[in-house]
Structures are given as structure tokens and as C-alpha cells.
Ligand binder design. Structure first.
Ligand code: PLP
Length: 373
């Protein structure tokens, strides 16, 4: 039908290669990878191959990959698993005000229940700088956690620079790369990252599966009761989803440059078609083209969202939506202040390679009709 999906930062449709790789596993391999019989060995072989392939894509070794249920679990595992293990060395954590709740609320849990202290870096001129991180470092800082790319604005953080700074400090570096992986090449070892979180459903893989890259075994297990994942993540592996995830990432990385250019072109076409109506973009200088956080003067975002929805176009406000009520964005608040009109006017359009110029043309046309430009 004519429905247009422009909410790819929330989740992406699965790719054909991921669906077929997953289906094959579900049809042909039902053994438990931990079982020692033939069926188990067959499953174990697929699991090893998937881990090996993923490690190659990240230019690391298979023992650094831990399969999880997705971004939320990866962030919780890295932050809680590392900080509780190292709390004797210090109880200070540094993060940024624009992180996903899966990082902010996890750190807050450590603050509320385990006596940790957190420094939350606020963006300056819409950006987080490596210098801000450097200035916040203390003797007792044990973890720095920053995202790679922001899910609401597409803003890129200076990961390599922060990684470089942390080479001179014992604090570990955790990076929530959920919105960046598959869109740009990411090699955690080269970047000086100790923990990297990824989630398959953001790069055309299945939902409920992801991975955590960890540079060492120096973190506590979050789930207990099984020897899987080098005893760091108990529970029978979701083999079909793991195989589907790796197939999806491999394809996205093979086509990465082509996709990037296509997305950039979609953005250019869309913004050119908006000529004549007043809009502003919410983002810093360094950003991915995949997310377009845009506001239209005097247009309430919740109403705009609804009217686009009625026209068959799915976009988002970018902020959490609890029980159907749109909450204002903590990311835009950090960037522009709590009183900014941008908080009430901005919407998030997030793109994927499946989107066409025609989709963006329809969006621009519909927006113009709604806004009356
Ligand atoms: N981190 C970021 C930056 C995200 O955008 C998301 C998803 O919205 C998550 C973490 C959570 O990932 P998952 O849905 O796999 O738990």
C-alpha cells in the first residue's frame, strides 16, 4: 500500500538476506549450541561461524563478542557489569545529557542504589566535545559512557578523540553505538573503545538481538545460571536471530558507502522541496544524514505527527512516547534549553536505504499542505 515509513531510528524493516538466513536456521537447525550431540554440534558450528564473521566485520577477535538481547541489555551489562566490579577503584562515572535512557537510567540506578557519582556533560553549541570529557575526568573516574550517534538528532560524538584521551587514564570507555553501527565503519579496537553496544533491529536485523563488544573479560555477568558467552551472558543463544543479525550487518557494511550517498541525496532533495516554508534543523555540525530532526515555526509536533499519520506517513517526535503521551525530548532540552519552542515543534524523520526520492517528495508535499506553505 501507500504507507511511507520514515521512523528508521526507532526500528528498521528486516532485510531479505537476514530473513532468509534466519529462516534457514529455523528450518534446518534446532539443536541447542551447548548440547554435545550431533544436533547441538551443528548449532554450535553456526554460532561459531556467526561470531567469527561478526568479529571480522569489526576487525576484532571472536572472544570479544557477547551476544545479548539488544541495545538495552548491552548498555546495562557494560555499565553495571563494569562499575560494580570496579567500585573499589572509584565511584565516578562520566556520561552526556544526550544519551539514550538505557544509559542514563542505568547510571542513575548505580547512583541511587550503590553510591556512585555521575558527571553529566551538557552539549555546548549543540555538540559534546572531547575536551569536556577530559575536563570532567577525576582520579576516581572508572567509566566514561558516550553514544556514537544520537538517536534523536543524528549528532556524532568525537569517539576517536575521547578514546585517545582515555589512553592516558585508567577509566574504561563504553560506547552506545546502536544508531551508528552499519551506517559508518566502526572498529572498536582502533578507536580505543572498551565496551561497544549494538542492536540488530536498527540495521535491518531482527528485534530482540544484539551484541556487546568487550575488550576484556573484566566485567561481571549480568545474567547468571548458564555457561554461555564465556559465562558472561547466561541463557540459550537465539541462534536464528544471531545468524540473521550477522547477515544484515554484513550486507549493510558492504553497501555502506552506496547507502550513505543515497541517504544524503534524500536529505538534499527533501530540504530543497521545503523551500518556501519556514523550518529549522536541530543538530550540531557533526551528524549522520540518517536522522533529520526538524521543526516548523508555530506547528505543534504532536499535531503534525497525527496529521502525517492520517496521510499514511510514519515519523516520530524522537522522544519517548509513554502510553501514547508524547514527552518532551531530554536531548533537545539539553541542546536548546527547557523553554525552547523547539521542544514543542520538532519532529524526527529517520531514513533508511529502502526509502525513495518519491517517499520524500510525498512527505514534502504533505507537509506543505498541512502547514499551508
Ligand atoms: N541506545 C540507543 C542510542 C537507541 O537508539 C536504542 C533504541 O532506541 C537503544 C539503545 C535500545 O536498544 P534496544 O531497542 O535494542 O534495546
Amino acid at each position: 500500500d501507500s504507507l511511507i515509513y520514515l521512523d528508521n531510528a526507532a526500528t528498521t524493516p528486516m532485510s531479505a538476506v537476514a530473513i532468509s538466513a534466519m529462516t534457514k536456521v529455523m528450518q534446518e537447525t534446532h539443536g541447542n549450541p551447548s548440547s554435545i550431540h550431533g544436533h547441538g554440534r551443528q548449532a554450535g558450528k553456526l554460532l561459531r561461524e556467526a561470531r567469527q564473521e561478526l568479529a571480522q566485520l569489526l576487525e576484532t577477535k571472536p572472544q570479544h563478542i557477547f551476544f545479548t538481547s539488544g541495545g538495552t541489555e548491552g548498555n546495562n551489562t557494560a555499565i553495571i557489569g563494569y562499575c560494580l566490579r570496579h567500585q573499589e577503584q572509584g565511584k565516578h562515572i562520566i556520561t552526556t545529557a544526550i544519551e539514550h535512557h538505557a544509559v542514563l537510567e542505568t547510571i542513575d540506578y548505580l547512583v541511587q542504589h550503590f553510591g556512585f557519582e555521575v558527571t553529566i556533560i551538557q552539549p555546548k553549541n549543540q555538540e559534546i566535545t572531547a575536551q569536556q570529557i577530559q575536563e570532567a575526568l577525576r582520579k576516581d573516574t572508572i567509566l566514561v559512557s558516550t553514544m556514537f550517534a544520537n538517536n534523536e538528532t543524528g549528532n556524532l560524538l568525537p569517539i576517536a578523540e575521547i578514546g585517545q584521551i582515555l589512553k592516558q587514564h585508567p577509566a574504561a570507555y563504553h560506547v552506545d553505538a546502536v544508531q551508528a553501527i552499519g551506517k559508518i565503519p566502526i572498529h572498536p579496537e582502533e578507536l580505543g573503545i572498551d565496551f561497544l553496544t549494538a542492536s540488530a533491529h536498527k540495521f535491518h536485523g531482527p528485534k530482540g538481538i544484539g551484541f556487546l563488544y568487550a575488550s576484556s573479560m573484566d566485567f561481571d555477568s549480568y545474567l547468571h545460571g548458564g555457561d554461555q558467552e564465556q559465562k558472561k551472558r547466561a541463557g540459550t543463544e537465539n541462534l536464528a536471530a544471531i545468524v540473521g543479525m550477522v547477515a544484515a550487518l554484513k550486507e549493510d557494511l558492504e553497501k555502506q558507502e552506496e547507502h550513505f550517498q543515497h541517504i544524503q541525496n534524500l536529505e538534499t532533495v527533501f530540504l530543497a522541496e521545503l523551500e518556501g516554508i519556514q523550518y529549522y534543523l536541530n543538530r550540531g555540525q557533526h551528524h549522520l544524514p540518517y536522522v533529520l530532526n526538524i521543526g516548523f515555526s508555530s506547528q505543534k509536533n504532536d499535531l503534525l505527527l497525527l496529521r502525517l499519520d492520517l496521510a499514511g506517513i510514519s515519523i516520530s517526535t524522537g522522544s519517548a512516547c509513554t502510553a501514547g503521551i508524547v514527552q518532551s525530548s531530554h536531548v533537545l532540552e539539553a541542546m536548546y534549553g527547557a523553554n525552547s519552542e523547539r521542544l514543542k515543534e520538532s519532529v524526527r524523520i529517520s531514513l533508511s536505504p529502502e526509502n525513495t526520492v518519491e517517499d520524500l517528495h510525498t512527505l514534502a508535499k504533505t507537509l506543505k499542505e498541512i502547514i499551508g506553505g
